[in-house]
Design a protein around this ligand. Structure first.
Ligand SMILES: Cc1cc2nc3c(=O)[nH]c(=O)nc-3n(C[C@H](O)[C@H](O)[C@H](O)COP(=O)(O)OP(=O)(O)OC[C@H]3O[C@@H](n4cnc5c(N)ncnc54)[C@H](O)[C@@H]3O)c2cc1C
Length: 326
């Protein structure tokens, strides 16, 4: 065993593709194995703004988020497809407005002035973060990988040791798939539904995190706007619910009345790979079967885009020289 490659990455979502690209940059021969095309992954559904949704502070998470912020900032400046810097307002209701932990990753987070906040909101933050259109960005990542000599393999595997056919160093970036591939019962879906409407000319993202009826967000893109959201733990159904869509539209229009009447152009549902205890990013102490080294990188929940490049750096450090020496 050991195959034709130095490393095989399982998964072609944003976590797998960024890991594969970083590994490739070390000179490794890399293959990506995926059950579905990247355009059909959870990553393709993401609203994909930089924001560590429902992710508590850990020093390592701040490091990943900071590295990812910096990478996207460079990519936006270089004109990477679908990546722009987006002004954002986060509106708060009644809670003390301590500076959020993730502000340390950003060059500037400003408290909204009193005249910028209207009832029912009591405070808020203004900041500018990367926003990514995944329908353009994921194909670009994949193209970069293949152009640099990477190999993409469409195959569903039933167990991680099957990946040893391609390489004896395996990176597990299988998202929700890790629940069965690793027998990790801490991994569960958090169903997320969004409504896409035509963009009547909005430029600024707006978040109403404290809405008692469900956290609410409006994320403009080049031609449409992503309206959300829903966070349904343990729900596997990927069919859009008309009732959820109607509730999202109502909350978003209350937040920004200029959305009233904007034509609906789509409904999407994705299953966030939530993991109780947070992301699993570590080398496996007991890799299975013929696998010589296994690095896990899954369980990013609602923050996979926000953490992707930093996690890819950490994966590359954990794979280390192993990729080229086994
Ligand atoms: C509505 C919604 C909005 C979101 N908004 C944001 C946001 O604004 N910002 C943000 O940071 N995050 C956001 N997220 C979260 C983000 O989408 C996820 O954290 C991220 O996509 C996870 O990426 P992943 O690569 O781990 O998983 P996935 O994209 O699910 O990719 C998993 C890959 O593993 C493969 N795989 C799984 N099992 C197997 C197997 N047995 N054999 C072979 N291949 C396998 C799959 O085919 C796929 O290629 C949002 C999610 C949703 C649903």
């Amino acid at each position: 065993m050991g195959g034709m490659f130095d490393v095989v990455v399982v998964g072609a979502g944003v976590i797998g593709l960024t890991s594969a690209l970083r590994l490739q940059q070390t000179g490794a021969r890399v293959a990506v194995v995926t059950a579905e095309p990247s355009t059909e992954t959870t990553s393709s559904v993401a609203a994909a703004v930089w924001y560590p949704t429902r992710t508590p502070f850990q020093a390592r998470v701040l490091d990943w988020a900071t590295r990812t912020f910096d990478e996207f900032t460079c990519q936006a400046a270089d004109g990477a497809p679908g990546v722009v810097m987006r002004p954002t307002r986060m509106l708060l209701r009644g809670r003390a407005s301590d500076v959020p932990w993730w502000a340390a990753a950003l060059p500037e987070v400003r408290a909204l002035r009193r005249e910028e906040v209207r009832y029912p909101f009591t405070a808020g933050w203004a900041f500018t973060v990367p926003s990514v259109e995944m329908s353009r960005y994921l194909p670009w990542l994949q193209e970069r990988f293949v152009t640099a000599g990477g190999t993409l393999i469409r195959r569903r595997i039933d167990a991680l040791d099957q990946a040893a056919v391609w390489a004896s160093v395996v990176v597990n970036a299988s998202g929700l798939g890790a629940r069965s591939l690793c027998g990790d019962a801490q991994v569960r879906p958090v169903r997320g539904q969004v409504v896409l409407v035509a963009n009547p000319g909005l430029h600024t993202s707006v978040r109403d995190e404290d809405n008692a009826e469900g956290s609410t967000y409006v994320h403009p893109r080049s031609t449409d706007i992503v309206l959300g959201g829903s966070f349904e733990l343990g729900q596997w159904d990927t069919t859009p619910s008309p009732a959820t869509a109607a509730a999202i539209l109502r909350r978003c229009t209350e937040l920004l009345p200029e959305l009233a009447g904007a034509p609906v152009v789509g409904h999407r549902v994705g299953l966030r790979p939530h993991r109780k205890g947070g992301v699993r990013l570590e080398a496996d102490a007991r890799p299975p079967g013929q696998v010589k080294r296994m690095v896990h990188n899954y369980g990013h929940g609602g923050a996979g885009v926000t953490l992707a490049w930093g996690c890819a750096d950490a994966v590359t450090a954990l794979v280390g020289g192993a990729a080229l020496s086994v």
